[in-house]
Design a protein around this ligand. Sequence first.
Ligand code: 6YU
Length: 497
Amino acid sequence: VSMNSNIVIIGCGISGITAARKLVSSGFNNVRILEASARSGGRIKTARLGNNVVEIGANWIHGPSEENPVFSLARKYGLLDPEALTPENQAMDVAGHPPWTPKIFCSSGRKLNAEDLYPAEELFAELLKECSEFHSQGGEPCASVGEFLRTEVQRRAAERWKDIDATTRSLRLCMISGLLKLECGVNGTHSMDEVGPGAYGLYKTLPGLDCTFPGGYEGLIKNMMSELPSGLVSYNRPVRCVHWSNSEKRENPIVVECDDGERIAADHVIVTVPLGYLKKHRSTLFRPPLPLHKLHSIQRLGFGTNNKIFVEFDSPWWDADCDIICLVWEDEDVLVDQVPDVQRPWIKKLFGFTVLKPTERYGHVLCGWIAGHESEYMETLSEQEVTQAITQLIRRFTGNPVITPRRILRSQWFHDPWTHGSYSYLGKGCSAQDLENMVEPLPTKGSQSQPLQVLFAGEATHPSFFSTVHGALLTGWREADRLISHYSSVSPSQPAT
Ligand code: 6YU
C-alpha cells in the first residue's frame, strides 16, 4: 500500500530533487514534482557571459569535506578540480571565511597601504566571533548584531587606535563600513541591524576550503536529474494552494491546486518553496491556513537579497595575485551599512568584487556583490544604467578614466516571482524554535487527523546549515526519511495512514 502512496513535491530545487531521489530509490512509485518555472535547480543556476561560465545563484560548496553531502555527490560525479579533492583542502578549517587578502581601493582614487588597514579586518573578525558565541552564552547583550558591531568598533577603536594618526584611524573605520556591507551579503540581509544576536551562532560551518564547480553548479543538478525517472517533474506548474485537512481522517485528504486550475490528489505533500515565496503567499498557499506559531516563525525569520553583477573586461586592471577587491568610501567613518537615499547612490552598497579564477577558464571577469534594498533597487534599472554606474565606480576608485567593461550580467533574485530574495537569515527575536516550527509537519501534534499530510523541506528549514545548498539537500533527505520510517513502522496488514 505504502509504495503506491501519492507523494507530491512542490519545487524542483536541490531539496525537492533529493527528496524525490530518496523516495524513488526506496521503492515509492507515485512520486511527482510540480515546478513553477521551466527548469530544475531553483537557486542553483549557471549562465554564460560570452564564453565564460558564471553562477547566477549558489557559488561555492561551503566546507567541502567528508561530512558535506554536496561535496560527496560532486566528487562521485567527477565535477570538481583535483585541488578540491586533496586531503589538505578538506582539512582546512577557515570557519566560513576564506583567507583572501583583499586589495583595497578608495573613493579618492589614491593608493592605500593595505597593512594600515589590516587592524580593521582583525577587529571586525574578532567581533563577529564574539557574536557567534552569544548563543552558547544564552544571552542577547544588544538589540542586533549590527548594533553590537557598531558600538564595539567605536569603543575599541577609540581605545586601541588612540595613538594612530587621524587619517589612518578614519580610513580603518571606513574599511569597517565596507566589511559591514560584505557581511550583509554573507547573511543575505539589508542591514546587520536586522540580524538577531541571540541566534547568530546557530549557523554552523564545515571544514574544507570553499570550492566551485569548474563546469558550473548546475552540472550537479543535471547529474542528479538523470538518475530520476523521466516525466517525474511537471514544469511551468505553479501550485496555488495546498488543501489539507484538520479534521478526522478520510481518503486522499490533500488536494494540490495548481495555477491552471488542475487539482491533484495526494497522500503526502512536501513543500520546498523558498522562504521568500512563503512569506509573500503564506496566507493563501494553505487551506486551512497554517497554525499561528508556524506563521509567526515565517514572519520572524529573515529572507533578504544578495545579488551579483558580473563585469567582463578586455584586459585586467587588477594584479594577478588579487582574489578580492574592496572599495572603501572615505566619507564612511561613521559606520554605515545602508545608503540613506536608496535611489541615488545605490552603488555605494556594493562592497567590492571577487576575481573569477583561473583566468584561462573565466577570462577577465569580476563579480560585484550587492545586498539589501539597494540591491533590490538595482534590479529595476536597465542593464545600461547598471553598466554606467559600475564604469563610473571603477574609474573613480582606480583613478583611471578610460577603463571600460566589455559587458555585464547581473542576478535579479528579488524580482524572481518564485524566490523573492536570495536566502534566509535569523532575524531579530529569532531562536532555534523558529527553525523547528518551520520543520514541523501538518497537521501539528495533538491533532486527531491523519498525520504527515504536509511536510516541509528547503534551505530555510535546516537548524544549522540554513542558507546553503548542503543544508537544503539534507532537508530533502530528512523529509523523505520521515515518510520512509512512517511506512516502515506501519505493519503490512494495516492500511497506510
Ligand atoms: C551555497 C553558495 N550562494 C548566492 C545567491 C543565492 C543563493 N546560496 P530552491 O529555491 O532552489 O528551490 C525551490 C523551488 O521551488 C524553485 O525551483 C522554485 O521555482 C519552486 N517554486 C516556488 N514557488 C512554487 C510554487 N508555487 N509552485 C511550484 N514550485 C514553486 N549556497 O551552499 N553556496 O555559494 C551560495 C548563493 C545569489 C540566491 C546562494 C548558496 C543558497 C543556495 O542556493 C540555496 O540555499 C539552495 O539552492 C536552496 O535550495 P532549495 O531546494 O531550498 O530551494 C555567519 C553566518 C551567516 C549565515 N550565512 C552564511 C552562509 C552563506 C550563504 N552563502 C551564500 C552565498 C552564496 C554566494
